[in-house]
Write a protein that binds this ligand. Structure first.
Ligand code: SAH
Length: 354
């Protein structure tokens, strides 16, 4: 087979390239639009079901531009209908190419409408936070934009998606070009507006300063986890030596450029990040800033030295911040009891295979 005929994922084509492909395969340029609308607007994931295109064109496209390229290798659904998918995008040098996508139906909408989709951006993660399962196997590679889009397509097949959090496996700012290209599709074609998509990052200041003037169309969440520089070096190893004040100053710049407030994520590790002193220093750093803190009680990962705080400790922290003028919300994670935290399904699958 010549390289020109090698299959290439549908969402690796720019719309104009897709139009050229349709013509090359005997169709018309506008068929590219029909095709994208079938997939993006109507959620059709199988060429055979696209009756608006001729049978010949459909089968030629199925060969040349497959819609889905990953394979679902595990699925678990919890009592609250949260579904976690493990999608394999192909092994890299013998290492698994699997990532997680989580579909979390909204609790408020009893009718079953609307869910938050949590997507991954890298196969593995280079940040290596000691409390997180995602970095345990290191970074294998960046996900391509079409692989990020595919997570949305597969997620939507589980039920309507009304919000998205880019908080799965990986560090989005270290794969920004692909994340941003995928989020353009999510924004323009799937109709999730800037307020409906949140990107979570450890907050590399120079990268934030570079992208903020472009006014990216998403909300920013920064994983801060502690007000103390030395402790942050331990909890977020990839940020070692970067002062917290620099991260906060870059976040202020983001707010100036975009007009959207930043959320600070803060993992509560019992006795490690949930003390009165932590609350006091965190409030000192954030008091004069327009922002929200999102407290995340630690989700135990296997072999972890950390423990989940009691609900009283969580409340105490929230109150201690509120008393000092800092708004904090609590995110009790939902999902599959055994492997609810980031990266756990993937680590378990890898361990089971070896
Ligand atoms: N790399 C990005 C996005 C992925 S993690 C980031 O660090 O923001 C998404 C959030 O889940 C981060 O705030 C992360 O610190 C948190 N997290 C990871 N493992 C966790 C665990 N076991 N318990 C609670 N929160 C966890």
């Amino acid at each position: 087979m010549s390289t020109a005929e090698a299959p290439r994922p549908l969402f690796a084509f720019h719309p104009e390239e897709l139009a050229a492909l349709c013509v090359e395969l005997g169709g018309k340029a506008f068929h590219a639009k029909v095709l994208r609308a079938e997939v993006l607007e109507r959620g059709v994931l199988d060429y055979a079901a696209m009756t608006g295109l001729s049978k010949t064109l459909r089968s030629a496209l199925a060969e040349r531009a497959p819609i889905l390229v990953g394979s679902e290798v595990a699925r678990s659904t919890s009592g609250d209908r949260t579904t976690k998918l493990l999608i394999d995008f192909g092994a890299v040098e013998g290492r698994s190419g699997a990532v997680e996508t989580v579909h979390i139906p909204s609790l408020e909408l009893a009718a079953g409408k609307g869910a938050t989709l949590c997507v991954s951006t890298q196969v593995g993660c280079p940040v290596q936070c000691p409390f997180c399962a995602s970095g345990k196997l290191g970074l294998a590679r960046n996900l391509e934009a079409h692989e990020i889009v595919e997570q949305y397509l597969r997620g939507r097949a589980l039920g309507p998606v009304s919000r998205s959090v880019v908080m799965g496996i990986g560090e989005p700012l270290l794969n920004y070009a692909n994340v941003s290209a995928a989020l353009d599709v999510v924004h323009d074609d799937l109709g999730l507006g800037a307020r409906k998509v949140t990107v979570s990052t450890v907050g590399f200041p120079d990268r934030l300063r570079k992208i903020a003037p472009e006014k990216p169309r998403f909300q920013l969440a920064i994983s801060l986890h502690t007000p103390f520089d030395e402790q942050r070096d331990e909890l977020v190893p990839a940020m070692k030596g970067v002062p917290i004040e620099e991260v906060l100053a870059a976040a202020d710049f983001w707010f100036e450029c975009t007009g959207r407030e930043v959320t600070y994520e803060y993992v509560l590790l019992a006795g490690v990040t949930d003390t009165e002193e932590h609350a006091r220093h965190l409030a000192e750093r954030l008091r004069r800033r327009r922002c929200t803190v999102n407290l995340i009680p630690f989700n135990p990962v296997s072999d972890s030295e950390y423990a989940r705080p009691s609900s009283q400790a969580v409340e105490r922290m929230q109150l201690a911040l509120a008393e000092r003028g800092v708004v904090a919300t609590v995110r009790w994670s939902r999902g599959v009891a055994d492997d609810a935290a980031c990266g756990q399904l993937r680590v378990r699958a890898a361990t089971a295979r070896s």
